[in-house]
Design a protein around this ligand. Sequence first.
Ligand code: FMN
Length: 182
Amino acid sequence: MHILAISGSLRPNSTNKLLIQAVADRLPETVTLTLFDGLDNLPHFSPERDTDPPLPPVEHLRQSIAQADAVLICTPEYAFGIPGVLKNALDWTVSTVLMNHKPVGVMSASPGYAGGERAMASLLPTLQALDTRIPEGGALVVSSVKSKLALDGTITDVPTDVALRTLVAGLVGLMNTSHESY
Ligand SMILES: Cc1cc2nc3c(=O)[nH]c(=O)nc-3n(C[C@H](O)[C@H](O)[C@H](O)COP(=O)(O)O)c2cc1C
């Protein structure tokens, strides 16, 4: 089984990317995870650009989602919402059924005390509009992230470690259920 991870942060040293790696480190051996590499190349969404066949960067996004059994989104909070690049990518999936019923794990990490909560509050309705399936424990806000993560990505906070394992268990469980129902 395969998970496609999407980081809402484009930064090479992103804490959200470190959290994605922390999830990858906690996956069972039967599950692989790759980080989507094309967020920065997507054109700005506009309905008349949603052509058939799709523009190559859009096709790359859609193929990557189609080939994944689940999607993991991990995003910073920008101005109390999600970064435009992430919303743009999600908008490119709206005219497809690719995200419908797709198991999705979602995390938002911020150095702020209440950081991540508003990004999450903004992202969840979008994922609902896309008809995704988020497992119990599958939406994780990591506030004050710099006190929970070492520079090499090691999780130094026990409750965060437990929450990550809960997210992984929920997502893998949902992936297994999806496979059984086909
Ligand atoms: C333009 C901009 C807006 C931001 N807005 C918020 C915000 O509203 N709330 C918050 O908690 N952090 C905010 N931050 C801080 C980010 O959450 C922080 O930089 C975070 O570490 C970025 O994630 P990354 O390390 O994965 O790139 C903002 C950062 C930038 C650059």
